[in-house]
Structures are given as structure tokens and as C-alpha cells.
Design a protein around this ligand. Structure first.
Ligand code: PMT
Length: 223
């Protein structure tokens, strides 16, 4: 039985992968299964929060009893997130959002070319960074999927995107990152490392993370 440390709080969680279409039969996506985000949504619910889940493509069943908005592209996710932003207390972005999308989306299936071809990409909106610029009392948590220099990149993202906390996972570590039932994470704030958690289930990571968030919101030091 989890303590109701988030009672009365509105929590919005993004989960899964975005899909950027090339043509009606092809797209660009990534390996996010949605497990990390769904674990956080469930844990937040079990801690008494009112939870909204914004889900791209996921490989596991969506939780029952949690209001869920389904989205495809980074732009769709951005619009869904903005729709929740003004009535969110805690925003947690676990989704793996495409950084680029095809500049042109073809309405009919592209024909095979003999010589190969170049697909031109343009940047998508950085949802987390945009929220960081709009913060008005919301508590903002980002995730970072890293393959090298994890601490340095995590701190860079935390500051650039104006997050209150950033959860870094080295997605090259065994049992960590995309698709697994476990994760190996470090939690950072603007001062540096807050928690260096051992390998544990994503359900347990969710509880640990939300406990840190609850302590921060209730004004209790975690150190
Ligand atoms: O879904 P699972 O299979 O359980 O895997 C979990 C996970 C590996 C996806 C998760 O733990 C994780 O690391 N999520 C972040 C993935 C990611 O896109 O990392 P990033 O370093 O590229 O982005 C940093 C942050 O900015 C993320 O909070 C991301 O949601 C956000 N972002 C990124 C790009 C963009 N255009 N808009 C964003 O908001």
C-alpha cells in the first residue's frame, strides 16, 4: 500500500514513441515501449494523484482507469501536452520524441528509385524545452536517454530545458532503457546528482522518482 503522498496533485505523463510519417506505408519511430511512462502513471495514481497519460506507440497494454490521450507525431504530442499544461502540477516526460521528421509527407506510396534517394528531415518542436520556458509553478521532470558521458549530457539537458529534475538512463547498460522491464537511472537537479539508483524494475523506479518529487513539493529536503 503506497502512501497517498500525491493526493490532490494533477500529474501528466508522456510515454512511448512518436511516429513521423514518410508516406502512407512508411514512418520513422524508435524503440520506446511505453513501459517506463506507464509505470509512472500507475504509481502516481496509486499515490493518490489524478493522472493523465499522453501515449504515442506503446508495446504493452494501456492501464485501465487512467485517462489516456493517444498521439502519433511529435507535433500531436506537443498539442496534447499543451492542452494539459495549465491544469498540471507535475509533468513527467518519459516519451521518446522524434527530434526530426520528414520535410515532405507523401500522400501516395513513394516509388522505388534505382539510385537510392535522400530523405530530407526538419526539426520537430522540443516539447520539454518549450514547457521549461512556460513554467508557472509546474514541477517539470525530463528523462534523458544517453549512450555516453551520461552525467554531462544529463546536466546539459536539465539546464537547457529548465527541468526541476532529470532522470538519466544509460541505454547501453544491460537491463536499462528501451523495452526492458528494469531500468538503471540517476536523478539530477540543478545542483547535481540527487539519487544514483541500482538496477530495479521500472515500477520501482517510478515509486522512487515520485517519492523524490513528493518530497520536493512538500518542501522536505531529500539529503
Ligand atoms: O518506453 P520504454 O521502453 O520503457 O523506455 C524508456 C525510455 C528509455 C524511453 C525512457 O527511460 C527515456 O529515457 N525517455 C527519454 C527518451 C528521450 O527521448 O530522451 P532524449 O534525451 O532524446 O530527450 C530528453 C527529454 O526531452 C525527454 O524527456 C523527452 O521526452 C524530451 N523531448 C525530446 C525531444 C523532443 N522533440 N521533445 C521532447 O520533449
Amino acid at each position: 500500500q503506497l502512501r497517498q503522498v500525491l493526493a490532490g496533485k494533477k500529474v501528466t505523463v508522456t510515454a512511448g514513441a512518436t511516429v513521423e510519417r514518410i508516406d502512407p506505408v512508411r514512418f520513422i519511430t524508435n524503440d520506446s515501449s511505453g513501459k517506463m511512462g506507464i509505470a509512472i502513471a500507475k504509481a502516481a495514481r496509486d499515490m493518490g494523484a489524478s493522472v493523465r497519460l499522453i501515449a504515442g506507440t506503446v508495446q504493452v497494454p494501456l492501464p485501465e482507469g487512467i485517462e489516456t490521450v493517444r498521439v502519433q507525431s511529435a507535433q500531436d504530442m506537443y498539442e496534447a501536452v499543451l492542452g494539459e499544461w495549465n491544469h498540471t502540477d507535475i509533468m513527467i516526460q518519459t516519451a521518446a520524441v522524434a527530434d526530426y521528421r520528414p520535410r515532405t509527407v507523401y500522400e501516395t506510396k513513394m516509388k522505388k528509385k534505382d539510385e537510392g534517394f535522400t530523405l530530407e528531415l526538419e526539426k520537430t518542436v522540443d516539447i520539454l524545452e518549450s514547457l521549461g520556458q512556460r513554467k508557472q509553478g509546474q514541477f517539470l521532470v525530463g528523462f534523458a536517454a544517453e549512450t555516453n558521458d551520461v552525467a554531462e549530457h544529463a546536466m546539459g539537458k536539465l539546464k537547457r530545458k529548465n527541468c526541476d529534475l532529470l532522470v538519466a538512463n544509460d541505454v547501453t547498460a544491460v537491463g536499462a532503457g528501451f523495452g526492458t522491464d528494469t531500468n538503471l537511472v540517476q536523478i539530477y537537479d540543478a545542483q547535481g546528482l540527487v539519487a544514483d539508483l541500482p538496477l530495479m524494475s521500472k515500477d520501482e523506479v517510478a515509486i522512487q522518482l515520485l517519492s523524490v518529487v513528493a518530497k520536493r513539493l512538500n518542501g522536505v529536503s531529500t539529503s
